[in-house]
Design a binder for this molecule. Structure first.
Ligand SMILES: [Zn+2]
Ligand SMILES: [Zn+2]
Length: 342
């Protein structure tokens, strides 16, 4: 079967590898219907991360169950499922504490995710098939009325963008929301915030196409400039843009009692504007996305047609074209593994 490898900056290559098989009674084997890049993949592909090639890429996909172990329950062959980008058992102490990325069942010091060098034999999701452990508690069946391609990012960015906006706006109707962005995550966050009835959603990016799209979605679009200063203050802030300056801009734009989520992985220590943060009393949360905690709620809101994530889709990519198209990835390209769905 085919599996896409990151082999160096802007270099992606299909490898022919043996098909995986179910290895334990709690595992499921899935075939990929479609997959997409996370904003982190953009950094990896451009050589902006410390992750050294080669490794099998991809950790956002929608898939179909094709085989399962005897202990798996609640799923049938043929079910369309969303798979979290991380592997977790759902029953250990950390999983019960809603910290599935720190699941006790995983070996090794690094996070148990697909599509990074430490994924080992689990590989990446830009694969025709892959295994999912502890499937009964890990997989989320897609509601029947949801377009699978609309849910391609449900195991990561789409759900994280829901969790950093919707619950806060539901608690504070009419909240003002600021999103700093350099890709699909910020556009999803803008969609969720607008659908949750934020009174203002300001979307900050350098890319003119994405700014235009954000405006079309209903956001106030603001072109990023390192000298940018905000006249407005915001109740809910999502920093989804790489670099120290956007984060500092975001934190300095906090209204009294605001909540600010940082979704960017920083590979080095950076200073924070503690003076303004202390004055606003902003609650600052910086964490990897514990996607599995929120996937069902996000799927419910998709089933209720709260947003159409396909408006954020940047292109449909045939597998043969993937190495070339993904060498300089657009913000949300869809790799189509199963034909006949789009
Ligand atoms: Zn990701
Ligand atoms: Zn666990």
């Amino acid at each position: 079967m085919r599996q896409l490898y990151y082999e160096g900056p802007r270099t992606l290559v299909w490898h022919d590898v043996p098909e995986p098989t179910v290895q334990a009674d709690h595992e499921v084997l899935v075939s990929t219907i479609a997959a997409t890049t996370c904003d982190v993949d953009f950094a990896v592909i451009m050589g902006l991360s410390p992750f050294q090639p080669p490794f099998s890429l991809g950790h956002e996909s929608i898939a179909r169950v094709v085989d399962m172990g005897d202990a798996v329950h609640g799923f049938e062959i043929g079910d369309i499922v969303s798979v979290p980008y991380h592997r977790s058992c759902g029953t250990c102490g950390p999983c019960k504490d809603h910290l599935p990325l720190h699941c006790d069942q995983n070996e090794g010091p690094l996070l148990p995710t697909y599509g990074f060098p430490h994924a080992g034999e689990w590989g990446g999701m830009f694969s025709e098939k892959y295994r999912v452990p502890w499937a009964s508690r890990s997989l989320v069946k897609l509601p029947e009325n949801v377009d699978p391609l609309a849910a391609v990012s449900l195991g990561d960015n789409l759900t994280d963008a829901w969790s950093t906006t919707v619950p806060h706006i539901r608690k504070k109707p009419g909240a003002k929301v600021l999103i700093t962005s350099f890709g699909g995550y910020g556009l999803y966050a803008a969609q969720w915030a607008l659908a949750a009835d934020a009174s203002l959603v300001t979307y900050v990016d350098h890319d003119l196409d994405r700014l235009r799209l954000a405006e079309k979605l209903g956001a106030h679009a603001l072109e990023w400039d390192p000298r940018l200063r905000s006249n407005e203050t915001y109740d809910v802030i999502v920093n989804a843009r790489m670099g120290q300056e956007p984060l500092e801009f975001a934190l300095r734009s906090a209204a009294p009692g605001a909540i600010c989520h940082n979704c960017i992985i920083f590979f080095e220590n950076i200073p924070l504007p503690l003076g303004p943060m202390h004055t606003s009393g902003v609650t600052f949360i910086s964490t990897y996305c514990h996607a599995r905690n929120f996937m069902e709620q996000t799927a419910e809101d998709l089933a209720a047609n709260m947003i159409n994530p396909r408006l954020v889709e940047s292109e449909i990519v045939a597998l043969d074209d993937a190495p070339e198209r993904l060498a300089m990835p657009s913000h949300k390209p869809i790799l189509l593994f199963e034909q006949g769905l789009h």
